[in-house]
Design a protein around this ligand. Structure first.
Ligand code: NDP
Length: 277
């Protein structure tokens, strides 16, 4: 029989590394599948998803700008992670119904564990309150962080985000950057803003990094982002960009679809080489 079709759907999507990553996972696990990139017209996402699955497609990864629309389409069958994230990056059919999950947060946690970052009891500073920040909050709470301070340029969005997670009320706090405690001493600082796209860093207070602290930028690039350069100058002990999170979320989607867990480490190493070439 023909290999099952998978794809990432977005707009734009030509730059996506997902087809490459999933092709490596399929080789590694011996799974018979194809994985392509679909650029959907902005106003045609629901019809494209319906057509993909009607033709026997096995699963879709969803990227910018369709994660909220994917959430709406799968509203009747969302995983707890998708519900918490308010967005869906993984779609599949089961019993003739469309299901949705969000694997971004799990991908981040897996990458932090790979890097040896201690999460239990950690004091975390999360910069940004957009879709990416929302997507990683529940997994961070579940990983046992002691406290999560959310800071955002638009303070009200950080306050709203902190209030949206009843499970973590005692340990969550949202504010603007100016209202962060000076000399905060965070063990883990995560940049979930889009500021690195403008080669800018979020305005963190002096003394943000505790001894042994990790700085993690969700964005990935061939060279250190402005946030990571700032973190090194400010005394962070370790830095990482979001390439491992990207491979981690792909591995989790692959597991949902195929029931097989690929090893992300060799794929991440090869992708890093490719990016820096
Ligand atoms: P959103 O548009 O939803 O949110 C953008 C966030 O960035 C907001 O908090 C916004 O603040 C803030 N921001 C934008 N520009 C600046 C600036 N110059 N200074 C300070 N804050 C700024 O984007 P997403 O949450 O979807 O994505 C954020 C980043 O995460 C992107 O760079 C994306 O590439 C990355 N990402 C990486 C993933 C991975 O697998 N590695 C997965 C998902 C996302 P305000 O509210 O004030 O506008």
């Amino acid at each position: 029989s023909a290999p099952t079709r998978y794809a990432v759907i977005g707009n734009p999507v030509a730059h996506s590394k997902s087809p490459w990553i999933h092709a490596r996972f399929a080789e590694q696990t011996g799974q018979d599948l194809t994985y392509e990139a679909i650029c959907a017209p902005i106003d045609d996402f629901p019809a494209q998803v319906a057509a993909f699955f009607a033709a026997g497609g096995g699963g879709l990864n969803v990227t910018v700008p369709f994660k909220l629309q994917a959430f709406e389409l799968a509203r009747a069958h969302l995983s707890p992670r998708a519900t918490a994230a308010g967005a869906v990056n993984t779609l599949w059919m089961a019993d003739g119904r469309l299901h949705g999950c969000n694997t971004d947060g799990v991908g981040l946690i897996a990458d932090l564990r790979r890097l040896g970052t201690r999460l239990a009891g950690a004091r975390v500073l999360l910069a940004g309150a957009g879709g990416a920040a929302r997507g990683i909050l529940l997994p961070l709470i579940e990983a046992g962080c002691a406290r999560i301070d959310i800071a955002n340029r638009t303070a009200a969005r950080a306050e709203e985000l902190a209030a949206a997670f009843p499970a973590g009320q005692a340990m969550l706090r949202g504010s603007g950057y100016a209202d962060l405690r000076a000399g905060g001493g965070w063990d883990l600082v995560i940049n979930a803003t889009a500021s690195s796209l403008d080669d800018e860093a979020p305005p963190l207070p002096a003394g943000a990094y505790a001894a042994g602290a990790m700085a993690y930028d969700l964005m990935y690039a061939a060279r250190p982002t402005a946030f990571l350069r700032q973190a090194m100058a400010d005394g962070a002990s370790a830095t990482a960009d979001g390439l491992g999170m990207l491979v981690g979320q792909a591995a989790e989607s692959f597991h949902i679809w195929r029931g097989v867990r690929p090893d992300p480490a060799p794929v991440l190493a090869a992708l890093r080489k490719l990016l820096s070439a």
